[in-house]
Design a protein around this ligand. Structure first.
Ligand SMILES: Nc1ncnc2c1ncn2[C@@H]1O[C@H](COP(=O)(O)OP(=O)(O)O)[C@@H](O)[C@H]1O
Ligand SMILES: [Mg+2]
Length: 584
């Protein structure tokens, strides 16, 4: 019931259209009744009484009935389908809008393909159903009512006998429908799995091919495709069983009537015409019943998908803005982590009592083995996740007390895996600032050491860079993402291993670009490069979700702890080169 109501909500805005379409539909249904009714005068007046006048009038009548029927059908059918499509368009928009608002934990808990599948396939199932349901449900119900009048008008006793079968069919329809709903949900889930696999293998196609795993992936796909096929097979079976069953039950009713009604004709209790008209109406009456059974099936399938869609719509973002949150003023003095603890979902503590104070304009280098919690720590600053305990404060104000846009506005992020949109270079740099003047974009690109290679690209700043920037080298992509961060001009900067995926040559360029970007900003830099670490104001060494050491380079080396170990492992050779260059 809940689900029905929610789906109907989407039809509400189109009430007026719906009423008009229903009126036209009523005409169509009335013509069904008229068609059944006209049988009686055709048989009785033309064939039996041989009435000349009727011989002219009745054919004209038939033509008129079908003219009205045609017009009514055209208007009703096209309008009802439009209503269905508009409602589905709204559902799709609503769903996409909602998903955009959801927090990162939603996305890490689900496969991208599964989410896509709900917006495409599940919405499609609803689309497919709604158009049919709205149209058929109204038309066939009206037709059924009109025809009921006809049969009762002719002979209420016969009508009652003929309709005895209806409760049986109703029961059957309900059982089949419920079953279908269950299977349909499973079918959609299987389709989602299929989609998830597509997204995964296509985005990772280079890995698949490099490892010669094409056959493996193909076999995996076949298996999932077959799972889907098996589910859809069950759907088809249940669906296709419905109509024949209904027809058979209807035929039983008609057999009963031929036997009982036939004897009434023989006894002269009713005219041949009236009886034929009755039988005709009855035949016509069973057709809507069978159609309604199909409609019921469609509704069940739509409900299964609606459930999957509403499940997402009912997921509220875990990162929420407080009631009455105020806009945050630009960072004036410092950022502080105060007793911050954090764990992902049900998992163990990823950050364990972090205390850290960073003055405005300072750069903090975070170092530590992988899995130490560095990325987790910086992800808390823009509230991609919220702290489990403790607080993060900007100038003494808890970041959960300010509006999310005013917080994120102040933060720029450059990560190892750069994301670029399949759009022009210009729009990628000015992402989020549609009407940015070209001079500013160019200045940002120059500061990011990107201007020169951009000018070499065909079309320059207007060049389209291909999906995820595949037409650019790693270093070029990285410099565009740095230009994007410079464009945003944030007070706080987060660099998460921004240089670790690069070759030496692009690294030098990116390094210089980063230096331009970091100038005069409060920076959290997760560094793999010695030069970045050396130029920072404070080094923080992390391990197992804790800060184990903090201080300057020489100071930490002297302590002979984690930092010294990391330094020996990762940086000593780099240090030697730096020294050698100096000596030369
Ligand atoms: N989305 C996530 N869900 C669950 N656990 C995670 C998630 N991201 C990271 N972790 C875990 O949290 C810990 C810290 O990870 P991370 O902050 O990425 O480390 P680092 O960046 O220092 O390499 C690791 O044990 C990692 O497995
Ligand atoms: Mg990391």
């Amino acid at each position: 019931m809940e689900l029905y109501k929610r789906l109907l909500e989407y039809l509400k805005p189109y009430r007026a259209r719906f009423v008009v379409a229903s009126i036209f539909m009523l005409f169509v249904s009335l013509t069904s009744g008229a068609t059944a009714m006209i049988i009686q005068p055709v048989l009785d007046d033309i064939f039996l009484r041989k009435d000349q006048e009727m011989l002219i009038l009745l054919p004209i009548g038939v033509a008129l009935i079908y003219l009205i029927r045609g017009v009514g059908r055209y208007v009703a059918s096209s309008q009802m389908q439009l209503i269905g499509q508009m409602a589905v368009r709204d559902i799709r928009n609503h769903l996409f809008g909602h998903i955009q608002k959801l927090s990162l934990d939603f996305f890490s808990a689900r496969k991208t393909g599964q989410i896509i599948s709900r917006i495409t396939n599940d919405v499609y199932v609803i689309q497919d159903s709604v158009a049919i349901v709205v149209y058929d449900l109204i038309r066939e119900s009206m037709t059924m009512i009109v025809l009921l009048f006809v049969v009762y008008y002719h002979n209420w006793k016969l009508a009652t006998i003929a309709l005895l079968v209806i409760p049986f069919s109703g029961l059957l329809i309900d059982r089949l429908g419920k079953r279908l709903r269950l299977v349909s949900g499973e079918t959609q889930e299987a389709m989602g799995d299929l989609n998830a696999m597509l997204v995964e293998t296509f985005t990772g196609i280079r890995v698949v091919q490099a490892f010669g795993m094409e056959k493996y992936e193909v076999a995996k796909f076949h298996k999932r495709n077959d799972t889907y096929f098996q589910k859809i097979k069950r759907t088809i079976r249940i669906n296709e069983l419905t109509s024949p069953l209904m027809e058979f039950i209807g035929a039983l009713g008609i057999a009963l009537i031929i036997w009982y009604g036939g004897s009434m004709v023989m006894e002269g209790k009713t005219s041949v015409g009236a009886f034929f008209s009755f039988i005709m109406a009855l035949f016509m009456l069973y057709a809507p019943i069978s159609k309604l059974a199909r409609v019921y099936n469609k509704i069940q399938q739509a409900l299964a998908s609606a459930q999957r869609i509403f499940e997402i719509m009912d997921t509220s973002p875990s990162i929420r803005q407080k009631e009455g949150a105020v806009s945050m003023a630009p960072l004036a003095s410092h950022i502080e982590f105060r007793d911050v603890c954090f764990h992902y979902g049900e998992e163990d503590q990823a950050l364990d009592v972090i205390d850290l104070k960073v003055e405005k304009g300072q750069a903090v280098a975070l170092v530590g083995p992988s899995g130490a919690g560095k990325t987790t720590l910086v992800n808390l600053i823009p509230r991609f996740f919220d702290v489990s305990k403790g607080a993060i404060l900007f100038d003494g104000t808890d970041i959960r007390d300010v509006t999310i846009p005013s917080l994120r506005e102040q933060i720029g992020i450059v990560t190892q895996d750069v994301f670029l949109f399949n759009d022009s270079i210009r729009n990628n740099i000015a992402y989020g600032q549609e009407d940015a003047p070209m001079e500013l974009i160019e200045r940002a690109a120059r500061a990011a050491y990107a201007h020169d290679f951009i000018m070499k690209a065909p079309g320059g700043y207007e060049a389209i860079i291909g999906e995820r920037g595949h037409k650019l080298s790693g270093g070029e992509r990285q410099r565009i993402s740095i230009a994007r961060a410079i464009m945003k001009d944030p007070a706080v900067l987060i660099l998460d291993e921004a240089t670790s995926a690069l070759d030496t040559e692009s690294e030098i360029m990116v390094q210089k670009a980063l230096e331009n970007l970091m100038r005069e900003r409060t920076t959290f830099v997760i560094a793999h490069r010695l030069s970045t670490i050396l130029s920072s104001d404070m080094i923080v060494a992390m391990d197992g979700g804790r800060i184990v050491e903090r201080g300057g380079h020489e100071e930490l080396l002297g302590q002979g702890g984690l930092y010294k170990k990391l330094f020996d492992l990762q940086f000593r050779s780099a240090m030697d080169t730096v020294k050698m260059r100096k000596e030369e």
